[in-house]
Design a protein around this ligand. Sequence first.
Ligand code: CP
Ligand code: NVA
Length: 313
Amino acid sequence: MKHFLSLKDFSKNEILEIITLAQQIKKDFKNNIPTPLMPQKILAMIFEKNSTRTRVSFESGIYQLGGVGLFLSSNDIQLSRGEPIKDTARVISSMVDMIMIRTFEHSRLEEFASYSSVPVINGLSDSYHPVQLLADYLTMLECGISLEGEKPIATYIGDGNNMAHSWLMLASKLGFDLRIATPKGYEVDSEILSLALSFAKESGASILTTHNPKEAIEGCNVVTTDTWISMGQESEKEKKIKAFEGFEVNEELMSLAQSNAIFLHCLPAYRGYEVSEGVLEGAQSRVFLEAENRLHAQKGIMVYLHQQKERKC
Ligand code: CP
Ligand code: NVA
């Protein structure tokens, strides 16, 4: 059974198939045409971390598809009192049609999925945030940045975290160029980088990692960043703020990208840290279109997984 845990498990064609579904569903949504593609299906949403966008987009998304969402904060279910993940997975999956989970270690998600009898979606783990990246790619396409014609260059500046890893997977699977600039000591995970380099050989993507944000941003088409302090890292705040000096995406840095480059950020954004107020609110920023696209991209993912499951039955 197909889960959606990381883009590493999906081919280019499968990713594009989900994007096409998302585009069709978005078009209907904008034209007020209902898309009841998952009638009476139940999506359980387990959150072990906070969320605004992921929660609202999944809950609204499943409702608009004709189903219903169950919001399960880990504080309110037995998981936080020590019920094993493998028991939770077997119980919840026996009662619902699909499960989204936001958690810490990626291995926790993999364990959950291995015990689940229904498709599981990664709503963010410490290693990956794949649902976000499909919204990001949908946004790129809507801004005229595609794989047709000259290969786009995306630049990620900041922490070598779950977002950086997810950009690595998207670029290396689809075949566009990616540059990642991180401070020393905050590089991307070396195993994930190796995996991306192996996918890149096949797709023709070129991947550059550096400690120099100016080198990374020069002439690129998409600039992106993420918080320096991911959920669960609050105790490292002071240390990281010092280490990330010079890595703020501000007007000066942004001026080195293509003049029509777009700025993306998964949000929430911390102005004055990873991004300046001017860039976030500026003419090149597409962050609120990107956030809106979470709704449409995730409807595409849910419908894709549902169709896969129905085909197998
Ligand atoms: N980008 C994102 O996942 O936002 P939330 O943490 O608000 O869900
Ligand atoms: N890297 C951030 C992303 C938040 C959407 C985190 O994991 O907290």
